[in-house]
Design a protein around this ligand. Structure first.
Ligand SMILES: Nc1ncnc2c1ncn2[C@@H]1O[C@H](COP(=O)(O)OP(=O)(O)OP(=O)(O)O)[C@@H](O)[C@H]1O
Ligand SMILES: [Mg+2]
Length: 261
């Protein structure tokens, strides 16, 4: 059987922004990345290296300056699902409407989108809050709504920009486990940005390390831990070595950034 086509291919993607004074800001330079269907890939990198910009370009929310992006399922009716870095849910919509929102955008009928949204609310244990508004939820619950919405769209590709970034350490670990089990059941292609090295190793099949100014791909690291996984792998020596290696790459980069400044 021939291998299925990749879910996402980015080739030499670059992005230049222009500041108010007209000076160019190189946000991304020559990023090439291929994601296999059903894989979970994490991106780490210093603040401002272009992680969000890259995700936004893949999701069609931002124009690229040059390069090519191919989403495997070209012509797919459902837009790529996105979980934003912050403000991921609409405060004026109920929890149910938030989760159903992506389906509404894809013109799915009311009945079907509400049924799907209710299923997803059950899976993230928020059935009792279907009629609540986001301000009535905790931060962790709001992120579960955002994640449920992304899964509920039916999009084969999920782009997540620090979906757990605003959570306290304990809630974050619980949410990592939830995300692992949702993904293991669904096998969507996930590309997720995180600031947290441990999180990138716990969740990812691969960890992409980006460098600063302009953002480039520094290293593409395969994570050796078998699945199903739990956060317990963090206690192993192999985990510690991987963490040290990624930290070394990031620290090295921060240092060079400061030397150049
Ligand atoms: N709309 C914009 N106009 C001008 N410059 C921008 C714009 N969006 C981003 N930039 C610049 O592009 C660079 C990359 O920004 P981006 O938000 O992608 O970084 P990031 O890696 O996601 O950072 P963080 O980890 O802090 O979220 C930064 O230097 C930023 O100032
Ligand atoms: Mg960002």
């Amino acid at each position: 059987m021939p291998a299925p086509p990749p879910a996402v291919v980015a080739e030499n993607v670059s992005k230049v922004f222009f500041s108010r004074t007209g000076d160019p800001v190189w946000a991304l330079e020559d990023i090439s990345l291929t994601l296999e269907p059903g894989s979970f890939t994490c991106i780490v990198g210093p603040s401002g290296c272009g992680k969000s910009t890259f995700l936004r370009i893949l999701g069609g929310l931002e124009e690229r300056t040059s390069g090519e992006v191919t989403m495997g399922d070209a012509g797919h009716a459902i837009p790529t699902a996105f979980v934003f870095q912050e403000h991921g849910v609409f405060p004026w919509m109920t929890v149910l409407d938030n989760v159903a929102f992506g389906l509404r955008m894809a013109s799915v009928g009311r009945r079907e989108r509400e049924d799907t949204a209710r299923d997803w609310l059950a899976r993230v244990r928020l059935s009792d809050f279907a009629g609540s508004y986001p301000h009535q939820l905790s931060g962790g619950m709001r992120q579960r709504v955002a994640i449920a919405r992304a899964f509920a769209t039916g999009s084969p590709v999920l782009l997540m920009d620090e979906p757990l970034g605003a959570l306290d350490a304990q809630t974050r670990m619980l949410m990592q486990e939830e995300l692992i089990s949702l993904w293991e059941a669904e096998r969507k292609t996930v590309l997720m940005v995180t600031h947290d090295i441990d999180e990138s190793i716990v969740l990812g099949d691969r960890v992409i390390v980006m460098s600063a100014r302009p953002g480039r791909l520094r290293e593409d690291i395969a994570v050796p831990f078998p699945r199903p996984r739990s956060v317990d792998i963090e206690r192993s020596g192999e985990f510690g070595e991987l963490r040290a290696r990624i930290w070394e790459l990031l620290r090295d980069d921060a240092q060079r950034g400061e030397d150049a400044a």
